[in-house]
Design a protein around this ligand. Structure first.
Ligand SMILES: [Zn+2]
Length: 290
């Protein structure tokens, strides 16, 4: 049983690197049946970004990769840009909290400008450290996170959130943070969700689920919006640290073959949720999906 006709297979969160597999990874995604990638920026330097030019260069590198992926792999790719929350932790250790926070906020402004200029579709990753930090660092991260949500609201785009795993209380807290800031419902996306967020407890938070077999099966009947992702790192030094880039199309094909009655549920993460959260409808490219 093939995939539903015209269904574009979308990986909602991956990274690509000029020093990693790059476009070749996108070709493997395409060969497995993938159509669209959301490519989150990352630090491509050996040190933490230290000034706004470092961030500008970083975002431009992501933009170049996205363009190369479109031209060289026939995969539609969307850039997601923001200063990484952990950058703030690292830089604060070098230059102190106030200077590090100042740069972080200016980099968030830059990311917002990129969205408004249609060079990126969302702010990400923003949020919190996934490990314990000193109270003054936690406070600066919180300031930056709230600022990021405000920039997203002004730029009319989603925020893709990096954080530790969320329980019901964590979901409620994030949901009220987004609502209090006036962010459109559903536009706060928790990336790297590793457990099911019951629709009744999700509030206005949209999960982007790690495409593990059992998790995909568990969430497939759920109403949207929700996404599937690999968080592919494209780091040859850390093979297998996250899921491979071919995973989402592989899962989609497994569902079409083993559970054909539910194959149409795949329109939820790949098309309907993108339309609801991002405001555009993904389609298969001219060459068609496989
Ligand atoms: Zn990521």
């Amino acid at each position: 049983m093939p995939l539903p006709r015209g269904l574009p297979v979308v990986d909602h969160h991956c990274h690509l690197s000029p020093s990693g597999e790059g476009v070749a990874a996108a070709r493997r995604f395409r060969a497995a049946g993938g159509a669209q990638l959301f490519v989150a920026t990352q630090n491509y330097l050996v040190h933490v970004p230290r000034n706004l030019d470092d961030y500008r260069t970083q975002f431009e590198t992501t933009e170049t990769l996205v363009r190369e992926v479109r031209a060289g792999a026939g995969v539609t790719a969307h850039a997601v840009v923001a200063p990484y929350p952990v950058d703030l932790v690292t830089l604060a250790g070098e230059v102190g909290v106030p200077s590090a926070l100042d740069l972080h906020l200016r980099a968030l402004d830059l990311a917002g400008r990129w969205v408004r200029e249609h060079r990126a579709v969302a702010l990400g990753e923003v949020g919190r450290a996934h490990f314990p930090v000193a109270p003054e660092i936690a406070e600066a991260l919180e300031t930056a996170f709230r600022y990021a949500i405000a920039v997203a609201r002004e730029s009319d785009c989603p925020v893709v959130v990096h954080s530790a795993d969320l329980d019901a209380a964590g979901l409620r807290e994030l949901s009220s943070l987004a609502e209090g800031a006036g962010l459109t419902t559903g536009r706060l996306v928790k990336h790297y969700a590793r457990t099911r967020f019951p629709p009744g407890e999700r509030g206005s938070v949209t999960p982007s689920y790690l495409a593990r077999r059992e998790l995909v099966r568990a969430v497939l009947p759920d109403a949207g919006p929700w996404f599937l992702e690999t968080d592919f790192l494209d780091d040859p030094k850390r093979p297998g640290a996250v899921l491979d880039i071919a995973t989402v199309p592989r899962r989609a094909r497994q569902i079409a073959e083993q559970d054909p009655a539910n194959a149409d549920r795949l329109w939820v993460p790949f098309v309907e949720s993108v339309e609801a959260v991002y405001g555009f409808r993904p389609e298969v490219s001219e060459e068609g999906s496989r």
